[in-house]
Design a protein around this ligand. Structure first.
Ligand code: NAP
Ligand code: G4F
Length: 359
């Protein structure tokens, strides 16, 4: 579905390029930018199966008049093709969201993670440096970079990365800052804390829990195997985080921002709340499998978002308890079950204008 021009609002029409458009954030960002009146180009990988499930509802035949969403095959390891795409698309803004984004998996494939979550950023920045056109750049930096640094974490907190993924992201962070300072490129790091949604990948812990819960209710699963239940995270709603990304590229001066809810909860709390909301006790279903432990872990993350509140006027409307209810409602509906419905009501009341497709 493409929104009618009348609903563009007062935004000037721009072109954006999104790497990782098929991911959780890329899909929401594409919808948000289309809603704002942008023409959106996205880079997708060739796969033997369809990998566009999260954006199928906004895809239209490129021959259709008025189409504003276009996809291009490319891989973040392939500088030549990245260069071709940027040269041909000539975007005003690049949102670099593509990455091998799973922390546990990064211990299994550290070199690949370094190339795709790290070096790929340099591949893109080099093209922007050589471009005659001024192109603004958003780097998807991560709270994982803080690792062992004591909470709360803000823009001045030193990085102590605890995984190959976090190391790769820290490299990307500094390359982005260096290209900003050295070459005058408008390049920003959004240091985002965990953000979730019904579109979250199924092997991240929140989605793994809501899916298992639905399977258990439907009689399809008996046990949920998890790793470290004591890790503490700052979990927010992805929809609100892509708005923050866009805001970061609209300022007069490029700066880095921490984005989170300022609330911290453990994996155990997520489990407890999700299962209780659906009328179950998680203790009857959860077992620990050490395979899901990480060799090193970021134990305690929580954002201090004072700067984002002041300079971006960004404040999250959805906090932990609401997020859990939104995710469980969506998951149960998707699984053919009738959800308690509190999450659906929250969405309706907190987002009178809903620019994204309900999941
Ligand atoms: P995601 O759902 O895992 O999406 C990652 C995207 O990157 C997908 O579109 C994926 O394509 C693409 N990709 C992976 N490897 C690629 C390659 N070699 N070439 C081209 N594309 C490739 O991640 P997300 O949750 O949306 O996160 C978006 C970005 O923010 C990531 O960089 C992540 O590291 C970062 N981040 C996320 C969070 C969070 O809590 N979600 C917090 C901080 C930072 P396929 O669909 O084909 O796999
Ligand atoms: O859901 P997770 O895999 O997310 P994690 O590692 O915090 O990373 C996510 O957020 C980062 C931002 O801080 C992003 F940069 C990154 O791309 C990704 O989106 O794990 C959350 C916590 C961890 O402490 C993990 O050890 O849950 C714990 N956990 C316990 N059992 C588990 C499991 N995580 C997963 N994925 N699977 C488990 O069975």
């Amino acid at each position: 579905m493409i929104l009618e021009k009348a609903s563009y609002g007062a935004c000037e029409l721009k072109t954006a390029l999104i790497t990782g458009i098929t991911g959780q954030d890329g899909s929401y960002l594409a919808e948000f930018l289309l809603h704002k009146g942008y023409t959106v180009h996205g880079i997708i990988r060739r796969a033997s199966t369809f990998n566009t499930a999260r954006i199928d509802h906004i895809l239209v035949d490129p021959h259709t008049e008025g189409t504003r969403l276009f996809l291009h095959y490319g891989d973040l390891s392939d500088s030549e093709q990245l260069s071709n795409i940027i040269y041909n698309v000539r975007p005003e803004e690049v949102y670099h969201l593509g990455a091998q984004s799973h922390v546990r998996v990064s211990f299994d494939i550290p070199e690949y993670t370094g190339s795709i979550a790290g070096l790929a950023t340099t591949r893109i920045l080099e093209m922007l440096r050589r471009s005659e056109k001024k192109i603004r750049f958003y780097q998807a930096s991560s709270s994982e970079m803080f690792g062992n640094s004591p909470p709360p974490q803000n823009e001045r907190t030193p990085f102590q990365p605890r995984s190959p993924y976090a190391c790769a992201k820290a490299y990307s962070f500094w390359m982005t800052a260096n290209y900003r300072e050295g070459y005058g490129i408008y390049a920003v790091n959004g240091i985002l804390f965990n953000h979730e949604s019904p579109r979250r990948g199924e092997i991240f812990v929140t989605r793994k829990i809501t899916r298992a819960l639905t399977n258990i209710l439907g009689g399809k699963q008996k046990v949920l195997y998890l790793g470290n239940l004591d890790a503490r995270r700052d979990w927010g709603f992805a929809v609100e985080y892509v708005e923050a990304m866009w805001k970061m590229l609209q300022l007069d001066r490029a700066e880095d921002f921490v984005i989170g809810t300022g609330e911290q909860h453990s994996v155990k709390e997520f489990l407890d709340l999700a299962f209780a909301y659906a009328g179950l006790n998680y203790r009857e279903y959860v077992k620990i499998d050490p395979r899901y432990y990480r060799p090193t872990e970021a134990d305690s993350l929580v954002a201090d978002t004072t700067k984002a509140e002041d300079k971006l006027d960004w404040n999250p409307r959805i906090k932990f308890e609401e997020l859990v209810k939104i995710m469980v409602d969506a998951e149960m509906r998707d699984g053919g079950l009738s959800p308690p419905g509190e999450g659906d009501k929250l969405l309706a009341s907190k987002f009178p204008v809903r620019w994204w497709n309900s999941d």
